[in-house]
Ligand binder design. Sequence first.
Ligand code: PLP
Length: 455
Amino acid sequence: QSLEDLDRENIFHPFTLPSEHMAHGPKIMVKGQGVRLTDNHGTVYLDGLAGLWCVNAGYGRQEIVDAIAKQAALLPYYHSFASMGTEPGVYTADTVRRMVPGNMARVLFGCSGSDANDTQVKLAWYYNNLKGRPQKKKIIARDRAYHGVTVASGSLTGLPTVHKAFDLPLPQVVRVRCPHFYREAEAGESEEAFADRLAAELEATIEAEGADTIAAFIAEPVMGAGGVIVPPKGYFEKVQKILKANDILFIADEVICGFGRLGTPFGSDYFGIVPDMISVAKGITSGYQPLSAVIVCEEVWSTILESSDYLGTFGHGYTYTNHPIACAAANANIELMEREKLFDNAATAGAHFHAALHSRLGDHPAVGEIRGVGLMGAVELVADRATKRSFEPAAGIAKKVQADALARGLILRPMMNDSLAFSPPLCLTTTEADEIVDILAASIEANMGAMKDAG
Ligand code: PLP
């Protein structure tokens, strides 16, 4: 029996159409080095997405592997409930707390971005209960946001696939507009005027709902799975002012942007956000181990600290909170990325990459928008550049381009509105960046006929 047959017989793949998988899947990767992956038939691919936006350090990093092996031999597991701890957890928490922006007080570990955002929701609720304002519980999230898939974080996610047939979102979630200038701005509206309108809409939503019913606002600095959406200039500055004035916590979902993706340590650094709470995952270990963390500000922490004597313990946490092997991987990964200045490389290789995309595809009749920051970006394909008209979704244009690129040895991700996303490892060289642009351009060209038919 082939590996592929065994997979089809046993594995329930997430975000996969079962009939398509049974007919064409799977593709099984067996090893990785740098920015490249090799499948079980020996075919090599350039991973333009760093796994799922997470292998920031690149594949095959022996330092991280050694740290994992060393910790596994020394102490593979111990928990953190009831004041217990492990050495790697202490060091990771100290490093991460000092790295992140804002006046952060404590770090609470988990295993995934979804559980981190679930923890954020519970923390925001818990905090407001402790403050004696139990009605302040709604969370504002944005259209097209991606915050995970569990019941609470899936509710914060603003994409229909994560809601439909799951009875989500939860009623406590309030939705505001996606800050996508290309798609959401009105004719003739400047970027600044668009940011002003988004701020006014947020203010109106808060007023309509009642500021005393809203606990928090959650945002990715640059939206990832929703299409790599970079907010308009001044947006976060205006949003933060409104949240402060209404005593609403700002939760920065740094699951993708954190650890260098935008060329700065965190996405909040890039946009000047000073969050009250931060979620990280993915890049904290470069995917070598599952680890997430919630980082809370002094105000939230001191409220919890002061109230715990009469309230009792904080009744939330996981068996694997503070996992020593995952934290050892995080320590080695962060050390490596700092030593090799990979965040700076994300800025310089990213600038080269965006320049190459613009010079190669900027005037292409099928390219509506090229967007992104650092080593996170997307190219949106359109049927008509002048009117920004999209292709019929059923034509699956981005999927066709992605499949063509894959056949040429490049992994990209098709997203809504026929966008193709990239988020390669931060060790990408300019030569590798050019290779991605070359293949993407060739795959777009190869699909011009399909686009003509679909347009
Ligand atoms: N938040 C953001 C911004 C993400 O991109 C993701 C995953 O892609 C998540 C949260 C959820 O993380 P996980 O898949 O580890 O649960």
